[in-house]
Design a protein around this ligand. Structure first.
Ligand SMILES: [Zn+2]
Length: 402
């Protein structure tokens, strides 16, 4: 495949935020077209000094912020703002997990609180809640729908008020997005009461057989293994209280959840799993290359070869689909359909994003390729409810829907 014909886009280099090294082999070097921010180059380096896997060369911080502020789809537009069943389950589980250590609710701060749903559940559990998020529209939803207040902006530029302290920091699925997690955790520590704790959840880097296509992605700039999480907590001034690994019984990837507290314990030498993480990246790169095209071929074989398609969802999965497969050459694509109004009129790989209404009005008979892993089932059932026949719903992960 020759997909990197255009000039190399703007990237930044990152030194390892754990050990400071800039050395180590780079894998999965790719340039893909991302809705709203155009062609972006990124690659993934295994740090020779400690084994951390990080995006390097990486997408610049301001580009990432533009993406989060305008196009990040964490606001559940397709469900009228309602959380998914899985999300509801996970948040209740997090609440219980925290209650195991903090029996009396106090003040909680969530970094990257998105539409405020998580904080609304903590609030219902007796916590006083606050947070920040780069997406002003997500914060607006939080205020209106969940009565949760938060400050717009990323945590890196958050300046706390005098005396603003908390008993709990919620950092779920956020450390993998932050350019300097050490600085973020140190800031959290400085805003945390002495007996305060942090709740952390991150995708866990494991052996490739537990990872999925698209695992190394635009938005995730850090990939933590057990070793690099241990190192991160230690150099940021935390010690582990308890941890648990969970895949939530989905076909996603393993997730590490933990509670930690402030600690001034004497520092131990850093762990180094470089040999292992280098092998993970090398093996994954070979495996992934073949996976995408095979899935697409199977999905497209279920329609008439002459028929064009629409792609349902204009997120990063669609950027990856264009990058990893020959989809643009294999079939005519009439449009990309997305529930999120912020995306309408924008393009991915030259294909325009339209609203579901426009689809029902003008493309009704066109087969739909669902381009989402996490929400494939949910989108398929909502399409079936709208009366779309099974034969017109093309899925990548569940090739034979009932
Ligand atoms: Zn390192």
């Amino acid at each position: 495949m020759t997909k990197n014909k255009l000039p190399t886009e703007n990237t930044i280099r990152r030194s390892c935020f754990i050990c400071g090294s800039t050395q180590g082999p780079v894998f999965l070097d790719r340039t893909m077209d991302v809705l709203g921010v155009g062609r972006q180059r990124m690659a993934y380096r295994a740090c020779e000094g400690c084994g951390l896997v990080l995006q390097d060369p990486a997408v610049p911080h301001d580009t990432m912020l533009t993406y989060y502020q305008n196009y990040s789809n964490y606001t559940n537009a397709g469900r009228d703002g309602a959380p998914s069943e899985r999300k509801t389950f996970i948040v209740e589980d997090q609440l219980k997990y925290v209650a195991g250590k903090k029996t009396v609710p106090g003040k909680a701060f969530q970094v990257g609180c998105s539409d405020g749903y998580t904080l609304s559940r903590f609030k219902a559990g007796g916590w006083q809640v606050f947070g920040c998020d780069p997406s002003a529209s997500a914060i607006d939803i939080g205020r209106k729908q969940w009565r949760v207040e938060a400050r717009p902006g990323d945590f890196e530029s958050y300046v706390p008020d005098t005396g603003e302290t908390y008993d709990l920091f919620i950092l779920t699925h956020v450390l993998e997005h932050i350019y300097d997690p050490v600085e973020a955790l140190r800031k959290a520590a400085s805003m945390l009461n002495d007996d305060g704790i942090i709740l952390v959840e991150v995708p866990l880097l494991t052996d490739p057989e537990h990872l999925i296509e698209g695992y190394f992605t635009f938005e995730h700039i850090n990939y933590f293994s057990h070793a690099s999480l241990t190192n991160l907590l230690q150099i940021s001034g935390f010690s582990l209280i308890t941890e648990i690994e969970d895949d939530y019984e989905t076909d996603q990837y393993p997730v590490q959840r933990l509670l930690a507290q402030k600690s001034d314990r004497k520092k131990k030498p850093l762990l180094n799993d470089f040999k292992w993480s280098q092998k993970v990246l090398a093996d994954f790169e070979v495996w992934e290359r073949n996976q995408w095209q095979a899935r697409l071929d199977k999905a497209l074989a279920r329609k008439d070869p002459e028929q064009s398609i629409v792609i349902w969802a204009g997120g990063l999965h669609t950027s990856q689909l264009f990058y990893y497969t020959e989809i643009a050459e294999q079939t005519a694509i009439e449009a990309i359909v997305d529930n999120d109004s912020q995306k309408w009129g924008k393009c991915v790989h030259g294909v325009t994003v339209i609203s579901p209404d426009t689809y029902w009005k003008s493309h009704q008979d066109t087969p739909i390729l669902i381009s989402s892993r996490a929400s494939e089932q949910e989108i398929a059932s909502s399409l079936r409810e709208k009366g779309v026949e099974d034969g017109k719903i093309l899925t990548l992960y569940d090739p034979d829907p009932v």
